[in-house]
Ligand binder design. Structure first.
Ligand SMILES: Cc1cc2nc3c(=O)[nH]c(=O)nc-3n(C[C@H](O)[C@H](O)[C@H](O)COP(=O)(O)O)c2cc1C
Length: 442
């Protein structure tokens, strides 16, 4: 087992709760400024987090005009643009952003993250997603999404091309030998010459090998196809797991798929999302959670369920039970988590969206700093997590609370470092430098 927990800060405007932006602590307008994100990334760095993470949906996830007017996430920065700004605002923290294999070309993705890795001194990671919304398909010249199985076939080849491009240059390819006039050693740079069903890419990459060997590959798919792709190609996996048991099952399942790809268990870190609402007493934390639930607009609740379940429940009685939900071509894993939760706790449609507005199927803890640390330690020590991807419900309030009150408890328990020890994201996470064609030992 890894000695320290890995910790990510999942940045999202005014926070992860659907109604977080309506909390009295937020400063309207600031979410559209660089300063807001700089402050948050710097707070995470002060808290010794390994990384900040920027998710992305390239369009309005919910294009229903009734709903969209109530959501703050209608305005989100293009993540790689924001990531490069954060690279110069921080020194140690890892920088992860999302790019979709359904709508990008592999050369573009390889080049962007190779560049951010160089610019940040070895701190970049790519969150590989296949995307799950029709809205995105319609922004990229398609009527509908590519079907789930084909999305993953394309993603698998996409990941191989990106890795191949990142490997085109040996670490010692750059000579800058003024005497001989050789900028590089041509024997240490190769073309890729990839020809596959989806992509034809000659290469080489037009940038030197990344500082950390290759940028990290991060994934968050939870279907069988998603987990197989992660087992083959990912360094880090984010996941939505609501209970210790589901966390342990996912962890064992994914780590169990590694040996088939010749990989050791420690070569991939699993970070479930954690939604923590913190109070100096349990009652104070509960009151914070209750006040947020009251701020969830009904139409937003319905839109949120449409996102997660793939069906529109507008015409159903909000105080009645969840109807049967058919299979869709959207994401599969969180849909099932919600269906199970509604059945188990006998929740009405309204209760389901109120209860899931903060957590949305992720681990949620409302309590004192010690209680939050207890939950994290339980998962970490019992085969459910190598760390956590923190999803503060209200930003920056709840990230500040976590850094000021939970991090010291984790440090005191020896679960978190007290200062950065590595120069790169890989080193801080304890992940080995990847092998390359020029350096098979890594
Ligand atoms: C923490 C977390 C972050 C995610 N970030 C994104 C994202 O930025 N963009 C996206 O399209 N999907 C994102 N996803 C969704 C996954 O990439 C994946 O598409 C989804 O879990 C469905 O995968 P499946 O069909 O393999 O179950 C995220 C999921 C999790 C758990």
């Amino acid at each position: 087992m890894v000695e320290h927990m890995a910790l990510g800060a999942f940045l999202q405007g005014f926070g992860h709760h659907q109604a977080g932006w309506r909390d009295p602590s937020t400063d309207p307008g600031s979410e559209l400024t660089l300063e807001h994100y700089q402050r948050i990334a710097q707070t995470a760095e002060r808290g010794q987090f390994d990384l900040v993470f920027l998710a992305d949906v390239a369009g309005w996830r919910d294009w229903n005009r009734d709903t969209i007017q109530h959501l703050s996430r209608t305005a989100i920065f293009e993540p790689i643009t924001l990531l490069s700004a954060l690279a110069v605002s921080t020194r140690n923290i890892g920088l992860i952003a999302t790019a979709s294999t359904s709508y990008y070309e592999p050369f573009t993705v390889a080049r962007m993250f190779n560049s951010i890795d160089r610019l940040s001194g070895g701190r970049a990671g790519w969150n590989l997603v296949t995307s799950t919304t029709e809205a995105e398909a319609q922004n990229f010249s398609r009527e509908h999404q590519i079907p789930h199985a084909e999305r993953y076939a394309r993603a698998s080849e996409f990941a191989d091309v990106v890795r191949g491009l990142w490997d085109c240059w040996a670490a010692d390819a750059v000579l800058v030998d003024k005497e001989s006039g050789n900028y590089l050693n041509p024997g240490r740079v190769r073309e890729l010459n990839h020809k596959g069903p989806y992509f034809q890419v000659r290469g080489p990459m037009n940038m030197a090998r990344a500082v950390q060997g290759t940028p990290l590959i991060v994934q968050a798919g939870s279907s069988g196809a998603g987990m197989d792709l992660a087992a083959r190609t990912a360094d880090l996996v984010f996941t939505a797991q609501p209970t210790l048991e589901s966390g342990q099952a996912f962890y064992a399942d994914l780590k169990g798929r590694l040996p088939a790809h010749g990989r050791a268990p420690d070569s991939l870190r699993i970070l479930p999302g954690l939604v923590a609402i913190i109070g100096s007493t349990e009652a104070e934390a509960q009151a914070k959670a209750a006040s947020l639930e009251q701020l969830v607009h009904h139409r937003v609740g319905i839109g949120q369920l449409r996102d997660l379940l793939g069906v529109d429940l507008t015409d159903h009685d909000p105080d009645g039970p969840l109807p049967e939900i058919p299979e869709t071509e959207g994401g599969k894993s969180r849909r099932q988590i919600l269906i199970d939760m509604a059945k188990r706790d006998n929740l009405s449609i309204r209760q389901l969206y109120q209860k899931t507005a903060a957590a949305r199927g992720f681990l949620a803890v409302t309590g004192t700093p010690e209680q939050v640390a207890d939950a994290m330690e339980l998962w970490f020590r019992n085969g459910a997590a190598d760390g956590f991807n923190l999803m503060p419900p209200v930003m920056s309030r709840d990230l500040d609370d976590f850094v000021d009150h939970v991090v010291p408890v984790l440090q005191k328990r020896g679960l978190m470092r007290t200062e950065y020890t590595g120069a790169t994201l890989r080193e801080n996470l304890g992940l080995a430098k990847p092998a390359s064609v020029y350096d098979p030992a890594g």
